[in-house]
Design a protein around this ligand. Sequence first.
Ligand code: UDX
Ligand code: UDX
Length: 437
Amino acid sequence: MKISIIGTGYVGLVTGVCLADTGNDVVCVDIIKEKVEAINEGRAIIYEDNLEQNLRKNLKENRIKATTNIEDAARHADVIFISVGTPSRENKSIDLGFIENTSCDIGKALRNENNYKVIAVKSTVVPGTTENVVIPLLEEFSGKKAGSDFGVCMIPEFLREGRAIYDFMNPDRIIIGEYDEESGNVMAELFKNFSCPILRTNLRTAEMIKYASNAFLATKISFINEIANICELKGIDVNEVAEGIGLDKRIGPHFLHAGIGFGGSCFPKDVSALISSTDENGYEPKLLNEVMELNERQKLWPVKKLKEIFSDLKNKKLAILGLSFKRDSDDMREAPSISIINFLLKEKCTIQTYDPKATENAKKIFGNRINYCKNIDECLNDANVCIIASDWDEFKEIYDKFELMKNKIVIDGRRMLNPEKCKELNIKYYGVGYKNG
Ligand code: UDX
Ligand code: UDX
């Protein structure tokens, strides 16, 4: 099939490369010229395993290209995906500005088209958006009718950063929200070679399935963090509790890893947008509000521990290992490390950091207010305390490196280390949900 993808960020570029890889003819569109040039030169603009080689392979086989011209792309396609950003406003509600602009542009491009196309919203949009925002703009700017002249679907994405290609190619399910059966049939044809369950439903249900999925996963994380905080008080290791409850098939072992909270471009934004979307219905989602509030408190768990250890942080040297919101990502959006550093910047202490990939992004946030080290040794050197704020695998076996520190004290925000081993090596260990002290 001929596919166009409007918006080549995380989701759009991965979707484009994977659909090209599965034999489709893909055109990616972005408003940022540099992104378009990078894609056409075979440079992946985001850090994602295997993305660059897959992109180059499909460029070579002429199955993918990029352009800034939305009209050409819309004309080319049988299916036009919308995967532009849906950021948060100041008040945490969803900003649909890019969705609206893109819907207008696609509508204009459809005006002189006669063959049937399906517009598929992939961006995460609050329930009701495709029907009440996207379709009216498509109709207004094309002068055509949804259903009779063009199809509309809502196809939510469930991609994790760092695992996005794997998640795209091995989905647990594909959700097809359809305006009508004809629209849905086109998408079912596009995904016919995927072996997972395909659920066909209406547009707003598909939008809600995306939000409910992210809200549930975020709730599961805040739940295990709440249990972790209780375990600490009762001399219990939350990781053993997580293992025990995870054996219950109704609970499952995943997303029960206690830590300093969830970050990233999705959970915080999507849960907040869902909460805000209920304002118009006069409903107050108290549980989801508490999921978010607990998460904000959890990000500062390392600071709480610091205060237990040092009465005063003045002139102390703090080593922070990990800045990204999670391993295998350079993304700093809503990363717990930002909350921690913002707090520490008010203290008169020295902050030295190391992250395998996120340093350049961290520099855009903190500039020269903190130090950026090239490796773990440099970061730990002469430090009074180490905070682990991201779960990069390379932080798992660093026991001998604590010898470089002035004081061998570690505040393990992601439970990367073995507390017993730390004890054997006289490393003072504090871990989330661990029977510290
Ligand atoms: C985006 C949405 O933010 C997310 O809610 C949804 O789940 C999937 O699509 P992501 O790919 O991470 O996620 O967004 P982002 O990294 O912001 O990329 C969006 C891209 O769209 C950017 O490259 C931006 O330049 C581009 N864009 C934005 C357009 O091409 N046109 C626009 O009008 C606006
Ligand atoms: C998430 C969803 O997993 C994905 O399905 C959706 O499409 C986009 O949002 P992502 O944000 O990329 O993906 O990363 P994920 O691996 O889900 O982690 C999100 C955050 O939760 C990270 O900050 C991570 O550190 C944290 N987390 C995750 C925990 O604290 N504990 C866990 O057990 C799992």
